[in-house]
Ligand binder design. Structure first.
Ligand code: EPU
Length: 424
């Protein structure tokens, strides 16, 4: 196993290019199962999770090749195969093949994901949605087996809570259903817009892109298509926060500023200077500003609210602020695993239920320590903290980071960070 070493306390300067979004690439790769022919996806990040879903597509009979950031996936010959617990436990998003497999083959068998480091994360909304389409779902021995005779039937579906992968799974099932489907209180994350674009290129008829009500008029055939994956807004946000925490000035390129409305406002409130252009964001924090970094409350919400996937990183930044703030996590019930690790670096954080009260200790408030990554975004908050902390930080279990950040070490080194991997 490898660990990450950071010698922190150095401001960051330069340019950094963002990769394609992990959470868009996963549903778009799954959507290739819907139609025969060669699909072309551009800007696919090379991550542990995208490699996992590509090998899953391979197990289901698809053939694929990668040329740089472009993936060519031929899903002409899809076969019925069980998606095992071994796979789903390494990547929950494997459940995204359920919708396309049911639509294409009329049946699917996928292991139920268990709980994970950030919460229980059930998939009951996905299953009850499939049942509304007329699919018979049986839960047995840890697997969900879904079967339908004939075509799926369009349905009216309401989400109690807007679910991202739930909306994606039901969208992929609905596109070839007979009749019209209406999904109400749908999630509105930009990754869903990206999936709708791909499905539309494939011949689907979907109204309501960007809104919380999607109307899908089922079609009988879809065809292979070409689509660009949107830039990763969480990767973008992580690096913006990292520069704000360490100080300096950097331009994050190949990103989409419009996808980060809440974060950009919150960063401006801290006193960081943010300048957006067409596909880039420049953040600058001088040593003087860093001394007066303001404490800013955040509350995680479905898009366009503040993203839960940037909660841990913002908390790391707030440990360096000049006062007290409250960070409220409303999406997942256990997403404060980074708190104990940040405390080991000198942070003052108290948790009360789903609130974390952070008492900023000023720009020199963190010192390097040995810490452990517990999930993907908790790990990136430790990277943010390590870059800002004085001395050496060692982060173990970095395989979590490799699930979601392409070339993190190379990109941060390009900004002048002292960061490298070593064998643990
Ligand atoms: N929920 C249910 N039942 C369901 C589905 C969801 O109760 O059937 C609840 C969840 O427990 C949670 C809330 O609804 O409390 C929202 O969860 P959602 O379904 O939106 O999460 P997800 O689709 O499983 C995606 C991202 C996560 C991101 C969340 C929230 C992908 C592959 N994953 O998960 O990304 O945190 O949306 O934005 O898109 C990450 O990248 O680190 C990550 C965890």
């Amino acid at each position: 196993m490898e660990k990450l070493i950071i010698e922190g306390g150095r401001p960051l300067y330069g340019k950094l290019s963002v990769s394609g979004a992990k959470n868009a690439a996963l549903p778009l790769l799954a959507a290739t199962l819907l139609a025969p022919g060669e699909h072309i996806l551009r800007n696919v990040p090379d991550l542990r999770d995208t490699r996992t879903i590509l090998s899953l597509l391979g197990e289901l009979g698809a053939t694929w090749r990668r040329e740089g950031a472009t993936c060519f996936i031929d899903s002409t010959n899809i076969v019925y195969a069980e998606v095992s617990y071994d796979l789903v436990k390494t990547m929950r998003a494997s459940v995204l093949v359920l919708g396309p497999l049911i639509a294409r083959l009329g049946r699917a068998k996928v292991s139920l994901p268990g709980g994970c480091a950030i919460g229980e994360r059930p998939i009951n909304f996905h299953i009850s949605g499939f049942e509304k389409f007329g699919v018979h779902c049986r839960l047995e021995k840890g697997y969900v087996e879904a079967v339908i005779e004939g075509r799926l039937q369009g349905a009216s579906i309401y989400f109690d809570i807007p679910s991202v992968t739930g909306t994606e799974n039901l969208l992929m099932a609905a596109v070839m259903a007979q009749g019209t489907t209406v999904i109400k209180n749908a999630a509105r994350e930009p990754e869903i817009g990206n999936l709708i674009d791909m499905l539309s290129h494939m011949g689907a008829d979907i109204e309501g892109r960007g809104s919380d009500q999607l109307t899908i008029h089922g079609v009988t055939r879809l065809h292979a298509a070409e689509t660009d994956i949107i830039p990763d807004r969480i990767e973008t946000g992580t690096y913006l926060i990292a520069v704000a925490a360490a100080g300096g000035e950097a331009t994050i390129t190949d990103c989409e500023p419009a996808h980060l409305p809440a974060l950009l406002d919150k960063l401006k409130e801290t006193g960081a200077r943010i300048v957006t252009a067409d596909r880039s964001i420049t953040v600058s924090v001088t040593p003087e500003w860093r001394k007066r970094l303001k404490s800013v409350d955040i509350k995680t919400m479905p898009y366009p609210g503040y993203p839960t996937d940037l909660q841990a990183q913002f908390m790391a930044l707030m440990t360096l602020s000049s006062s007290i703030c409250v960070i409220k996590e409303t999406i997942f019930e256990n997403r404060f695993m980074h708190v104990a690790e940040l405390r080991r670096m000198g942070a003052s954080i108290r948790t009360e239920g789903n609130n974390a009260v952070v008492t900023g200790r000023g720009p020199d408030g963190l010192s390097g320590a040995r810490v452990m990554a517990t999930d993907l975004r908790a790990s990136s908050s430790l990277v943010v903290a390590g870059l800002a902390a004085s001395g050496r930080t060692e982060i173990s279990r970095i395989y979590h980071l490799e699930r979601g950040y392409e070339n993190l070490v190379g990109k941060l080194s390009g900004l002048g960070a002292r960061i490298w991997k070593e064998r643990d």
